[in-house]
Design a protein around this ligand. Sequence first.
Ligand SMILES: Cc1ncc(COP(=O)(O)O)c(C=O)c1O
Length: 386
Amino acid sequence: MNASTFRAQRIAGIEPSIFATMSQLAIEHDAVNLGQGFPDFNGPTWVVEAFTEALKSGKNQYAPMPGTRRLRNSVAEYHRRFYDLGWDANTEITVTAGATESLFSSMIALLNPGDEVILFEPWYDSYHANCRIAGADPVCVTLHRPEFRIDADALERAVTPRTRMIVVNNPHNPTGRMFTREELQSVADIASKHDLLVISDEVYEFLTFDGRHHIPFATLPGMRDRTLTVSSTGKTFGMTGWKIGYTIASAPLTDAVRTVHQFATFAVNTPGQHAMAHALDRLEEYLPEFRAMYQSKRDLLENGLRDSTLTAHRPEGSYFMMVSLPADTGISDVDCATRLVTERGVAVIPPSVFYSRSEEGHGMLRLCFAKTDETLREGIARLQQC
Ligand SMILES: Cc1ncc(COP(=O)(O)O)c(C=O)c1O
C-alpha cells in the first residue's frame, strides 16, 4: 500500500512550515534560536497562579463551545475600555484554540472554492495554507521594503469579481509595521466598494512601541459588520503554549465561524480561559511593563546589529524585525539562513517563503526578539560575524 496516494487534493502543495524546519536545525546545531516567534522566558507568575487556582478549584471539564462566559465578557469589556467598541459576548465573541484556529475556522466557514482572497505579502503562513484548504485562491499584494506600506492602487488592481475577502495583519508579522489610519482606511474603502469581508489579525495589538496606539480595523467607519477580528492571549501574555485565542465578529459571521469551530475543536481548555479572563481584566496594570520590556529588546537587537553587515528595518510593533542582507552577498535568504544555523549557530527565518509575487524576500531575514537579553546578546554576537 502506498499511503501517500491517499492525501486529499486540497492539501496538495502545502509544505511543512519553515518554522518547524528551522527549529529542528536549531536543535541539531545547538543554535541560538531567533527564528520561531515565541518567548524563551515565562509569562507573568500571577497568570500562571490564576491557571493553577482554576485547576485546583475544579474548572476541568469541557468549557461551553463558544468559550467560557467569563472570558467572553472580559474580551468584550477590554474592547469597550480600550477601543470604545461594543460587542455582545453571547453572539459576537468565540474563544478558539489560538488565533490559528480562529483563522482556520473563519476561512473555512466563509470561503467557497474559486473565491479569491487578497493577502498582503510577506504574509503569516497560515493565511495562504487556509485559503488553499478552503479551495480559494490567494492573490498577493506586496508591501515593498523599506517602508512596507499598503499600496492602495495595487490593492484596487488585485480585486476581481471573484474576490471575497481581504486579510489584514496589524501590527504586522514579519515587518513590524503598524499601518496608519490612512492606509487602513484605503483597505476599508476598497472593502466597502466591492462588498468584501475583512479578516483583521490583531494578535500583536498590545505589542506596540514608541507610544503608538493600535487601531482596530472594526473601528473604521462601516467596518464593524464586515470584519472578523482575530487575537490571541498567547501573544498578549507570553503564554503561546496555552493556545487561547478568539474571533470577534457580528452575529451572522460569528454563527458561521462557530459552525466550523464546534467540529474543529468544540471547546478550548477551561482553566486557561479562567486565567486569561483574570489577566485581561488587569491589562491596564500589566501593559506598561510589558511594552517597555519588548521595546528595550527591540532596541538591544537594533543597536547590536549596527556593527554587522545587516540593515535593520525598525519595527513599530510585534516582536519581529526584518533585516536586509547586503546587496552584494550573492546568496539567497534560504542559503544565508541555512549557513547561519549550521556554521554560526544562530537560527533565523528566511522570509522569501512568505512571498509569492515579489523576489524581495530573498534579500532579507526575519529575526524574533521575544528572547531573554542573554539569548539576544549571544545571537547578536553570532550575527555580527556574518
Ligand atoms: C500574525 C499571527 N497570527 C496568528 C498567529 C497564531 O497565534 P496563536 O499562537 O494564538 O495560534 C501568529 C503566531 O505567530 C501570528 O504571528
